[in-house]
Design a protein around this ligand. Structure first.
Ligand code: ATP
Ligand code: MG
Length: 507
């Protein structure tokens, strides 16, 4: 499936000089080392005294590697591709340059590996610019306050844990709790906006990657998306490089004043790859055998997310890192690191998932530290009370489960909560527009759904947006554009909801 890895890279690195102008024939000094030993995805090289950290090395004819540890006795290198042709004694040369990936418009709509080589059978990306995979994060003075929203189309997120452009929001939960589904919905919901979405798969099964690519092609706007995939059967160095490479690809757009969203799926696997490579490179292990720099590993990556200041073009790079927990343990090493690096987390709980509450967001343990300021005013109006009432309901529901007698007020809160929960259940790949979310929350908040049976609430919420759009198109457009819900708009929307509800009841 993969073209001979490193071949294009090697041609580019070694042939760059001759492509740039007439061939100059002059003596030149180059260190040539030899591979002393080779392990799973790493190599030790002797005789490259002037190698630099992160330098791209070429082993033998076409194998690429990256200098990772520099010691007096030699260089520890991470291999960036298959190492079938490399053996002990193979020649190793430095290229004098760091690892770079192609960037630019040509990447849009493509599926590439972390070195920018196509995995979709399309033409190679050799022409355009190449940027280093490791780049410095924007300086404080170049940043601006996050003010614009990034709607995910998922009501529970947009209403209670809103994400802003330029924010870093962690999506965390046990395996198979719908982490990828949330990130994918966020990508698909950008289909009507000019946001470049980059999905990077780190150590995911080929079938999972395919599912994402297929969903984006069918429901999203693939011509504004890039998929960077590092399969688990490829060199671990590629998985290690993947998030940085994807971030560089996204930065090309955000530094030109555009908006970009990067989904890192997932950073727990990335940390595991880092641990594997570090142990093979004989770096000292620390807690849980991770090396000492595992915090820096992710902080330097996620710090590259930013809202640029107007002087620097005003673009943004939003990061949605994913992390997997074991048995819901949020306090494990990697999850706590990531929680402390990001601006909030969406915590998915297996218990909720199995109860059918999907997306299985635990609202109490989820938070968005900056997104609230970016929330559209119409949605914000409901957010506060929704959160409080829902939390109160979850607490009261536990007592009412035992079937004891409850007073009228408690019963009302519980019935209302059940309807809220029904409205928050949302299947994947069906993002809701802002207007649809506002309409649903308005119906809830005004108690219109409380007397209805739960099945009717189900029927009410499906296709609500489409029905109301026929009834009140101007109003819906106004709300989709982030417009406020003033007195007049509210009355008009309530009338449309009432008409829709009586329609539903009559059927
Ligand atoms: N909101 C939802 N409603 C119904 N089903 C859902 C929802 N979200 C996810 N699922 C289903 O749950 C399953 C797991 O989802 P997903 O692959 O997103 O989880 P994950 O946490 O990313 O899993 P993994 O640990 O394998 O990465 C999928 O089959 C998906 O279709
Ligand atoms: Mg997943």
């Amino acid at each position: 499936m993969t073209p001979r890895l490193g071949e294009e890279l090697h041609k580019w690195a070694v042939g760059a000089g001759s492509r740039l102008g007439p061939v100059r024939v002059e003596p030149r000094q180059q260190d040539i080392g030899t591979v002393a030993s080779l392990g799973d995805g790493v190599a030790r090289i002797h005789g490259l005294p002037s190698a630099r950290q992160d330098e791209l090395l070429v082993l033998g004819e076409d194998a690429a590697a990256m200098a990772a540890t520099l010691e007096p006795g030699g260089v520890g290198a991470i291999l960036l591709g298959p190492w079938g042709n490399v053996s002990a004694g193979t020649e190793a040369r430095g290229t004098g340059d760091v690892v770079r990936v192609p960037v630019g418009e040509a990447l849009l709509g493509r599926v590439v590996d972390p070195l920018g080589q196509p995995l979709d059978g399309g033409r190679p990306l050799l022409a355009g610019e190449r940027w280093p995979v490791e780049r410095a994060a924007p300086a404080i003075v170049d940043r601006a306050v996050i003010t614009r929203p990034l709607p995910t189309g998922i009501t529970v997120v947009d209403a209670m844990i809103p994400v802003g452009l330029g924010q870093r929001e962690l999506i965390i939960g046990d395996r198979k709790t719908g982490k990828t589904a949330i990130a994918l919905d966020a990508i698909i919901n950008q289909r009507g906006r000019d946001i470049v979405c980059v999905y990077v798969a780190i150590g995911q099964k080929a079938s999972s990657i395919n599912r994402v690519v297929d969903a984006v092609r069918r429901h999203g706007r693939p011509e504004r998306c890039i998929v960077v995939a590092a399969a688990p059967d490829q060199a671990p160095g590629l998985s290690w490089l993947a998030p940085y490479a994807a971030c560089t690809m996204a930065e090309y757009f955000s530094e030109r004043g555009g908006d970009a969203l990067v989904v890192y799926d997932d950073l727990t696997k990335h940390a595991a790859v880092h641990r594997q490579l570090s142990l093979l490179l004989r770096r000292p292990p620390g807690r849980e055998a991770y090396p000492g720099d595992v915090f820096y590993l992710h902080s330097r990556l996620l710090e590259r997310a930013a809202q640029w200041s107007p002087e620097r073009g005003g673009g943004s790079l939003t990061a949605l890192p994913l992390a997997e927990t074991q048995a819901g343990n949020l306090t494990a090493f990697i999850p706590t690191n990531l929680v402390s690096i990001t601006d909030g987390q969406i915590y998915l709980e297996p218990k909720l998932f199995y109860e059918g509450q999907r997306p299985a967001v635990n609202v109490g343990l989820s938070v968005s530290r900056v997104g609230g300021k970016t929330q559209a005013p119409a949605l914000k109006g409901f957010a506060e009370s929704l959160r409080l009432e829902y939390a109160q309901f979850l607490e009261l529901e536990i007592f009412t489960r035992f079937g004891g007698m409850v007073d009228e007020r408690t019963r009302r809160i519980v019935e209302h909560g059940r309807r809220t929960r029904a409205m928050l259940v949302q299947p994947p790949l069906q993002p809701r527009s802002a207007a649809e979310q506002v309409a649903g929350l308005l119906a809830l908040a005004t108690g219109r759904l409380d007397p209805l049976p739960l099945e009717t609430v189900e029927r009410f919420k499906t296709g609500l947006g489409q029905r109301l759009r026929m009834e009140a198109p101007v109003l819906m457009d106004h709300l989709d554009a982030g417009g406020a819900l003033g007195e007049d708009e509210r009355r008009a929307l309530e009338a449309a909801i009432d008409a829709d509800l009586s329609d539903l009841m009559a059927r």
